[in-house]
Design a protein around this ligand. Sequence first.
Ligand SMILES: C[S@@+](CC[C@H](N)C(=O)[O-])C[C@H]1O[C@@H](n2cnc3c(N)ncnc32)[C@H](O)[C@@H]1O
Length: 260
Amino acid sequence: MLASGRVEIGPREADWVLEAAESRASTDREVERIALELAERRAEGEPLQYVLGTAAFRHLELSVGPGVLVPRPETEVLVERALDRLPPGGAIVDVGTGSGAIALAIGQERPDARVWATDDSAEALRYAQDNRAGLDLDVEILRGSLFEPLPGSMRGRFDVVVSNPPYVSESETHLVGRDVLDHEPDHAVFAGRDGLSIVTQLVGQAVSWLRPGGWLVCEIGQGQSETVVELFEVAGFVHSGVHRDLAGWDRIVEGRKPQP
Ligand SMILES: C[S@@+](CC[C@H](N)C(=O)[O-])C[C@H]1O[C@@H](n2cnc3c(N)ncnc32)[C@H](O)[C@@H]1O
């Protein structure tokens, strides 16, 4: 970031911007015009992935832009945990799917799995649906709050519920970068005064959608692991555990629905 508040574009980013412009234009003049437009958006602080229109996530290249969260590298570890808990031919739901990153990565890496995804943001789901179409994956994407849009026949049948819910406290905007605050949707980032409003509902509701022995695997914010483990235990989960992300922060809580 420059002192003026503008972002400095390094040589690698400049190459990516040029590549993106070349893919959208047919004449040199158009390439130049589009490259300048994209570079200006980046210099103004827009996330690089919005400017390029794509984000890498596990083995996928996803379409992203204003209205949807850019999938983060730490969420790749969440996918790893969910895959470990998913039995052959198992059923999994990604709650709060955004661009579809988690659900589509699982669908691609585990073609045997039956994958559902929900989100209550119409804007986010447009990206998820485009991404699904581009990848030609059989993932059921439904609009609505948390588990509400799922068919009642799936209640008590999921092997895994996975989620990267919004988890930043509304009073902690200072913990979030300017690029996130100015560009990414608040609805995807913030969750009430303590950051726990969505995860509390998620944990409370997940237990009834899992089969006995099924797992809830959830991404959390910094400093939330103790409280979230407690939420899991209150909801009746057992074998609750915490896993760190690539930077060493507690980032994932998982727990199992008890078997009779
Ligand atoms: C942190 S983003 C995660 C997006 C994506 N799963 C990822 O990891 O990149 C949280 C997502 O949850 C969605 N969301 C927020 N509240 C929700 C609710 N009550 N029901 C369903 N989705 C919700 C937001 O629209 C957003 O797409």
